[in-house]
Ligand binder design. Structure first.
Ligand SMILES: [Zn+2]
Ligand SMILES: [Zn+2]
Length: 265
């Protein structure tokens, strides 16, 4: 039996950390580290962008809206891919972009749709453990968002895309412009956003400084190898991954080399 009385009530569900003058990072600290995704808000001169939207346990828009430079500025929501920890709040935004391969999954999520451990496919639990993540407790959260919250009522809503992003497309915010890179491996329609002018790379789960997950549904090591070579060829100044702290080109190379050893490349 699930005893919720042991769980504290979180005061603020999302934390917001300044990355640079135009970028903030949002995080859900009360979500298990496995599904604790980095979300990035970027202010542009003409419109703003939110990259990924977390688990959807609590609405994210009330946290995002005040970050805009101008009230009611247009916000473009980009989903790097459609895993549960990246599309939870996508339905809260009017402009929703994703790679075409994962558009159906974003409209009606099917891979994982629960925050209760015993409702997760055992094959996925094995995958998480073998990837190097600590075991899950009975819930994927360590606090409740409010009094009376029932984790069993959680639903990952998803939402249909309003536009599609493919390799070579650009997302333009006015003074900032990001090129879309198709980076499959972790998921078939994973995308990254690269700003050539500054070397900033938003990588989603294609690369981050923690245990990568490459052996589950929709994942392919052969694709991942191509993706890693593509990322290594970029002139990056900083990589903001979908999880864990940001890192530089040197660390990117180290992570790639580590997985090339594991994959026998
Ligand atoms: Zn993730
Ligand atoms: Zn993922």
């Amino acid at each position: 039996m699930l005893d919720l009385s042991d769980y504290p009530i979180a005061e603020n569900w999302f934390t917001i950390t300044k990355v640079d003058d135009s970028t903030d990072m949002l995080l859900e600290p009360n979500v298990h580290i496995l599904e604790q995704a980095n979300m990035f808000f970027v202010r542009g001169s003409e419109r703003d962008m939110i990259i990924d939207t977390g688990m959807g346990i609590v609405p994210i828009a009330p946290y995002v809206d005040p970050l805009s430079a101008k009230p009611h500025s247009e916000i473009i929501c980009v989903s790097t891919h459609t895993h549960i920890d990246h599309i939870g709040g996508v339905h809260e935004f009017d402009i929703r972009l994703v790679h075409p391969i994962e558009a159906d999954e974003m409209a009606s999520p099917s891979i994982m749709n629960t925050i209760v451990r015993d409702e997760i496919d055992p094959a996925l639990l094995d995958l998480f453990a073998s990837s190097g993540y600590p075991p899950l407790d009975e819930l994927l959260i360590t606090a409740l968002p409010h009094e009376g919250y029932d984790p069993r009522s959680y639903v990952l809503k998803g939402a249909p895309a309003t536009g599609l992003l493919e390799e070579g497309d650009t997302v333009e915010l006015g003074d900032r412009k990001y090129t879309v890179l198709h980076v499959p491996g972790h998921s078939p329609g994973s995308i990254a956003l690269f700003e050539e002018k500054t070397g900033v790379l938003f990588a989603g789960d294609a690369i981050y400084d923690g245990p990568l997950i490459y052996d589950g549904p929709g994942m392919r090591v052969e694709d991942y190898i191509v993706t890693m070579k593509k990322l290594q060829a970029l002139d990056v100044s900083i990589v903001h991954g979908g999880h864990d702290p940001s890192f530089d080109k040197k660390r990117l190379d180290e992570i790639v080399e580590k997985y090339f050893r594991i994959w026998d490349v």
